[in-house]
Design a protein around this ligand. Structure first.
Ligand code: NAD
Ligand code: IPM
Ligand code: MN
Length: 373
């Protein structure tokens, strides 16, 4: 069969460290499962800025548009904090999301049994947790106009004389398409969607609630739908997270709620994500896969990073881009196995203590578990 084309963008900080383990996993599926991958590598974020003076070149953007799937490590770091906003590493990632039109960002949070004591919450609150946050990724306050920092000319009462502006803007079409993604995914899981916004204070929140309800009533009446204010949602996520199945929410609320959900699973180093757009000519969705975590400058270069979030992101690529659901499940089971055997990177030093293993050792353990089946 045709090879799967992949663009690998390791990025900055721990990005290249965790991606090196994913490359090993890809090699394993090539050797042991006869899958064939056509892999290209590129630069994104600070790594691209250092070489090209921009966090994403047009060539790399074009390549991303042409492949079956993009795998990204992480971008950013203190070295780039004082760069002009337009060339900051994060702009490279945001350009990829926007130009590929990756409107549905799937952020599953699953608590593996072996890690149930590692969460900052009690075992009985998180054990067995399996929720999916669907974050709208191409609109909202991340991209709305007007935006900028301006002189606040005619306002002598404003000490400092400046104003910073961002705009929360959603069209009904943008809300409907991400709502459809959430309902479709819910049908394959617990058949429940909770939509989060702040319709009590924002008109865009009112529109969000009405349009999600419209999609439900007209197209998915069989799925159970509830609505919640996002602040209450944050509280409910730490109070009783298992009440949720699929959560659908906007770009900014989804960013914040998914970091909070990460700690329910024990570590931010565990959370994968898939960013999906509309189907391409070959029927596969435009797709980018990346861990939820960032470049972790505090541990970069020390072989301390947990590669599991990035490896599980590749499992999502197997499932959503390559129709290899069985292979994805095998990879997820291998991760579960090594955790049950006690393999722990430094971020997973829980109540029982122990000796952490390196990023590469964790990758090797997962390969061994794959080979043992
Ligand atoms: P971060 O996610 O990089 O790190 C937060 C904390 O979690 C740190 O203590 C870090 O050591 C730890 N951590 C994260 N991933 C880990 C892993 N795989 N294994 C072990 N520990 C891990 O968030 P931050 O510190 O707020 O941001 C650092 C930089 O990363 C910033 O420039 C930010 O903009 C960027 N960032 C990028 C992405 C992305 O590329 N998708 C996401 C979030 C933040
Ligand atoms: C994430 C990150 C990004 C975001 C940044 C790095 C642009 O926090 O992927 O969660 O805010 O979306
Ligand atoms: Mn984030």
């Amino acid at each position: 069969s045709d090879p799967y084309s992949l663009l690998i963008l390791p990025g900055d900080g721990i990005g290249p460290e965790v991606m090196a383990e994913v490359v090993k996993v890809i090699g394993w599926f090539g050797t042991h499962r006869g899958m064939s991958f056509d892999i290209s590598q590129g630069l994104v974020g600070g790594a691209s800025y250092d070489t090209h003076g921009t966090p994403l070149t047009d060539d790399t953007m074009a390549l991303a548009q042409s492949v079956d799937a993009v795998l990204l490590g992480a971008v950013g770091g203190p070295k780039y904090d004082n760069l002009d906003f337009s060339v900051k590493p994060e702009r490279g990632l945001l350009r990829l999301r926007k130009e590929m039109d990756l409107y549905a960002n799937l952020r599953p949070a699953q608590c593996f049994d072996a890690l149930a004591d590692f969460s900052s919450l009690k075992r009985e609150v998180v054990a067995g947790l399996d929720i999916l946050i669907v974050r709208e990724l191409t609109s909202g306050i991340y991209f709305g106009e007007p935006r900028g920092i301006h002189a606040d000319g005619n306002n002598p009462g404003n000490e400092g004389g400046r104003v910073g502006i961002n705009t929360q803007r959603y069209t009904s079409g943008e809300i409907r398409r991400v709502a459809r993604s959430a309902f479709e995914l819910a049908r394959k899981r617990g058949n429940k969607v909770c939509s989060m916004e702040k319709a009590n204070v924002m008109e865009s929140g009112i529109l969000w609630r009405e349009e999600v309800q419209w999609v439900h009533d007209n197209e998915y009446p069989d799925v159970e739908l509830s609505h919640m204010y996002a602040d209450n949602g944050a509280m409910q996520l730490v109070r009783r997270p298992r009440q949720f199945d699929v959560i659908v929410t906007d770009n900014l609320f989804g960013d914040i709620l998914s970091d909070a959900a990460a700690m329910l699973t024990g570590s931010l180093g565990m959370l994968p994500s898939a960013s999906l757009g509309a189907p391409m000519a070959n029927g596969r969705p435009k797709a980018l896969y990346e861990p939820v975590h960032g470049s972790a400058p505090d541990i970069a270069g020390k072989a301390l990073a947990n590669p599991i979030a990035c490896i599980l992101s590749f499992a999502m690529a197997l499932r959503y881009s390559f129709d290899q659901g069985d292979a994805a499940a095998d990879l997820e089971r291998a991760v579960e196995t090594v955790l049950a055997q006690g393999a722990r990177t430094a971020d997973l030093m829980g109540p029982e203590g122990g000796t952490p293993i390196s990023t590469a050792a964790m990758g090797d353990r997962i390969l061994a578990a794959l080979s043992e089946g």
